[in-house]
Design a protein. Structure first.
Length: 499
């Protein structure tokens, strides 16, 4: 059992402080012994802080600040005077001394205008880093784009630059963009500066990390002095981007908190699964069977109908009448440009505020055990993409297996947890562009042994139709395999019994 001190120096508006404390109370803490320490810098003390400490005694303590000074923040920005900066640094020094003296395994220094994801602390501890901060994004000024509270060097340099290296403005901008895009991918990255949501190990505490001012250093902010001292002591700084906190930098940003809490604060609530499907003239094929099955384990569905001329839309509404259904129909067919349709479906799906996205075609169906296990899969906190094996069924009870038909020997993505801020990119081809963006392999993945049946090859008429479509749209095999197209009409394919 590891002993963690969650600590904060607090001077905060009551509505924001209430959300901060609630998020502390909602943190997952398995295998951790949690203690709290707050320095109350309010002029007359904070009722909310006192109530929180009283509720969590004997593992919570409240210390008076008492150094005075006026800290101003408004809807434009926060105004940090020099005397306020170094008052906060002294408060943080008191908290470091407490953690060091009482032999805590970790000190978690966190600002009181953050709402933490429940998995934040457990995850940061699991990284086994000496100093690591969870990244959040803020518009420091209303006209700015959202930027992180971590940086690479200097006062707030967001691009790589070697000592003495001269960069053009364009190159510096390109490097900055690469750094920001990297931080949008869930992971852990070495950085040059961090703060505000920082886990510090006992090793770092014993080495002597400190927020004391370095008098001959003209960088503003106690976090910068802390980071430079840490690196001089031989410690590395890391930024993690898996569980971004919500930053209430302005009171008006309380309005956006509900959506964040809905996604992340629901103890015991199963993660929701959104079915995403593209359809065209599927009424008399497998659509009804597929939707009847999927409707037993998904929570909502988003369907893009590509100008069907049969009863496809009616089948969708009938089979999914028991769950929320978001359905749109294009006035003209666009199957000759699949990427445009996939992107359109993607945007529709994001508008439905999904947690997990299950992308199925109208002729794909999971084994029955998916009905029982879908929610178990969605509960996995350590994966953002789930991969399954797809079997091309050539008859009702046999699948094809040869050099051109071996999809079932590898795993393909069918379920994706939507990660806000991740820079999703598509394979920009009119055919075989994929059901998901092409760069999701950068996210954490997991494999499932539940199999998927691809029913669309079972009938000779369907095979002929697909053969003609591929030869028409891709006559040279530019986007797929010409040899595989030709093999579709093989009169004696190798078939394996489904079991």
């Amino acid at each position: 059992m590891r002993k963690v001190l969650i600590a904060s120096a607090v001077r905060q508006k009551e509505a924001i402080l209430a959300e901060f404390l609630q998020s502390l109370a909602s943190l997952d803490t398995e295998n951790l012994e949690i203690h709290y320490a707050f320095i109350d810098d309010h002029e007359n003390g904070s009722r909310l802080l006192k109530e929180f400490v009283d509720k969590n005694k004997p593992n919570a303590r409240l210390f008076a600040g008492g150094e005075g000074g006026v800290y101003v923040c408004d809807e434009h920005t926060h105004y940090w005077r020099r005397d306020i900066v170094w008052k906060v640094a002294r408060y943080k020094e008191r908290l470091i001394d407490l953690a060091r003296t009482e032999n805590f395994d970790f000190l978690f220094l966190v600002d009181s205008d953050l709402v933490l994801h429940p998995r934040t602390l457990v995850h940061l501890v699991s990284l086994e880093k000496d100093i690591v901060a969870e990244v959040y994004w803020t518009k420091w000024l209303p006209e700015f784009p959202p930027l992180p509270q971590v940086w690479l060097g200097g006062q707030y340099r967001l691009h790589e630059q070697q000592t003495g290296e001269q960069l053009t403005e364009a190159e510096a901008g390109a490097r900055q963009q690469r750094f920001l895009e990297m931080l949008k991918i869930p992971g852990t990255y070495k950085v040059g500066g961090l703060g505000a949501c920082t886990l510090i190990s006992r090793k770092a505490l014993e080495r002597g990390v400190s927020f004391r001012e370095i008098e001959n250093l003209d960088l503003v902010g106690e976090d910068r002095h802390f980071c430079i001292r840490a690196v001089v002591l031989g410690l590395e700084l890391y930024a993690d981007t898996r569980y971004p906190p919500y930053h209430i930098y302005r009171e008006s940003e309380l309005d956006g908190l509900a959506a964040y809490k809905k996604r992340n604060f629901a103890p015991g609530r199963p993660a929701s699964i959104t079915l995403a499907m593209l359809v065209r003239n599927e009424a008399d094929r497998y659509l009804g069977k597929v939707l009847a099955h999927a409707g037993k384990y998904v929570d909502q569905a988003v369907i893009l109908d590509d100008a069907s001329t049969d009863a496809t839309v009616e089948v969708c509404r009938k089979m999914l009448s028991h769950i929320p259904l978001y359905l749109a129909s294009n006035p003209e067919p666009g199957f000759s440009n699949e990427i445009a349709l996939r992107k359109q479906l993607w945007e529709m799906t994001l508008a439905a505020n999904p947690e997990w996205i299950l992308a199925l075609d109208a002729d794909e169906i999971f084994e029955d055990r998916m009905i029982e296990e879908a929610k178990i899969i969605a509960a996995n906190q350590d994966a953002d993409v789930v991969y399954f094996r797809l079997y091309d069924m050539w008859t009702e009870d046999c699948y094809r297996e040869d050099q051109y038909w071996c999809a079932h020997l590898s795993y393909r993505p069918f379920m994706l947890r939507y990660v806000p801020g991740f820079p999703y990119l598509w394979r920009e081809t009119p055919l075989h562009c994929g059901r998901f963006p092409c760069n999701i392999g950068q996210l954490r993945g997991a494999k499932s042994e539940i199999r998927v049946k691809h029913l669309g090859w079972q009938l000779p008429a369907d095979r002929l139709k697909k053969y003609c479509r591929y030869r028409q749209l891709d006559p040279e095999g530019k986007y797929g395999s010409l040899a595989q197209y030709l093999s579709i009409l093989d009169p004696s394919p190798n078939l394996v019994k489904w079991s």
